[in-house]
Ligand binder design. Structure first.
Ligand SMILES: NC(=O)c1ccc[n+]([C@@H]2O[C@H](COP(=O)([O-])OP(=O)(O)OC[C@H]3O[C@@H](n4cnc5c(N)ncnc54)[C@H](O)[C@@H]3O)[C@@H](O)[C@H]2O)c1
Length: 334
């Protein structure tokens, strides 16, 4: 793919910062927007941004950062006026199922309004290509496994899931009205270096290291399709090629998962084995909004996008734990 200018929303977050680095290393220029909110420690986001800036400079590419809210129409419009954007990758969102139960109105505001503002301003600026970071949560408690893109997704069980389904719908509207090429990517529980602190693998690893109780909602038999960050950003990269390809109009919904499931008890056992440390598990009642299983069918993404995830959970956990340990060694040296 020839050099492109890619706008990444949520570029300071977990997935956004990795994607920014991958695209810069592949010869693209990146424009990033993020409001650096305090959903988790903004110092982590600053450190992610610093890594992206270092990568841009090593790769000799441009990285322009805007600290702004995606709901701020004026700020978004100015950004599109200042850069000739080839493709938008929209990852900024209030993420997470359980926190969305505490403030559903805010989740709707950021995720639905923010997505609509971006699509609208992108369209006004003549940007034709758009990728939306959706979520496996849209499948709700789908009983048919693995989950396929053709399965009905009309029964979300958390406000977060509903906002992601709504985002896919408004993407379809802009495709239909304005012929924008759009890929909605349903990410399945992403993990790896820089993973959000509210997510299980990060939380469990740090609690086990500290010898503190690990809270498990339910009996530990809930299953997730855990997807390694490198596989996700490779899939997003492939989707950029797909939406930006010459000719035709494209709209597609794709699962990006590893297509293997692991239950929470097995996950904890894997982290214990890698850390050589036993967990103290505190089993709690089921958490509202949590689905029982996620499991991605990935044939469509393989066939159309050339998506090819490679990281089995055993290998991914080893890499993640090695990263966590290297981080604590670095901070001990400071
Ligand atoms: N991590 C996962 O397992 C997972 C799974 C499914 C879907 N997703 C989706 O992928 C995307 C990225 O997730 P992540 O795990 O990297 O989350 P993250 O919280 O690390 O990144 C999101 C970024 O968006 C920014 N942001 C939030 N609200 C904003 C606003 N109003 N204006 C500007 N910036 C704002 C945040 O500051 C943050 O840096 C999200 O859309 C999320 O819903 C993630």
């Amino acid at each position: 793919m020839i050099n492109k200018k890619i706008l990444i929303t949520g570029c300071a977050g977990f997935i956004g910062s990795h994607l920014s680095e991958r695209l810069l290393n592949n010869g693209h220029d990146v424009i990033g927007i993020d409001n650096l909110n305090s959903f988790y420690d903004p110092a982590i986001k600053q450190s992610n941004l610093a890594a992206v800036t270092r990568t841009a400079s090593a790769a000799g590419r441009d990285f322009a950062f805007y600290q702004a809210d995606i709901r701020d129409r004026d700020a978004v419009s100015v950004m599109f006026k200042q850069h000739r954007v080839d493709c938008v990758v929209h990852l900024a969102a209030m993420a997470g199922v359980r926190p969305s139960l505490e403030d559903p109105v805010y989740y709707v505001d950021v995720n639905e309004m923010g997505t609509t503002v971006l699509l609208n301003e992108a369209n006004k600026a003549g940007v034709k290509n758009f990728i939306f970071g959706s979520s496996s949560s849209v499948y709700g408690n789908n009983k048919k496994v693995p989950f396929s893109e053709d399965d009905p997704v009309d029964h979300p069980i958390s406000p977060y899931a509903a906002t992601k389904k709504a985002g896919e719908l408004v993407c379809h509207v802009f495709h239909s009205l304005y012929s924008m090429n759009i890929a909605c990517l349903r990410f399945f529980t992403v993990y790896g270096p820089r993973q959000r602190p509210d997510l299980a693998i990060n939380k469990f690893t740090h609690l086990i290291l500290k010898g503190k109780p690990v809270p498990v909602y339910g009996d530990g038999t809930k299953k997730r399709d855990f997807t390694y960050i490198d596989d996700i950003v490779a899939g997003v990269d492939n989707s950029i090629s797909w939406v930006c390809a010459d000719g035709g109009q494209r709209y597609g919904v794709f699962n990006l998962g590893e297509s293997q499931t692991t239950d929470v008890n097995t996950l904890i056992a894997l982290i214990e084995k890698t850390l050589y440390k036993k967990a103290v598990i505190n089993y709690l009642p089921d958490a509202a909004g949590d689905v029982d299983t996620t499991f991605a069918a990935i044939a469509k993404a393989k066939n159309i996008l050339g998506y090819n995830p490679r990281t089995k959970i055993e290998e991914g956990i080893k890499k993640y734990v090695a990263w966590v340990l290297s981080q604590s060694q670095n901070s001990a040296k400071k």
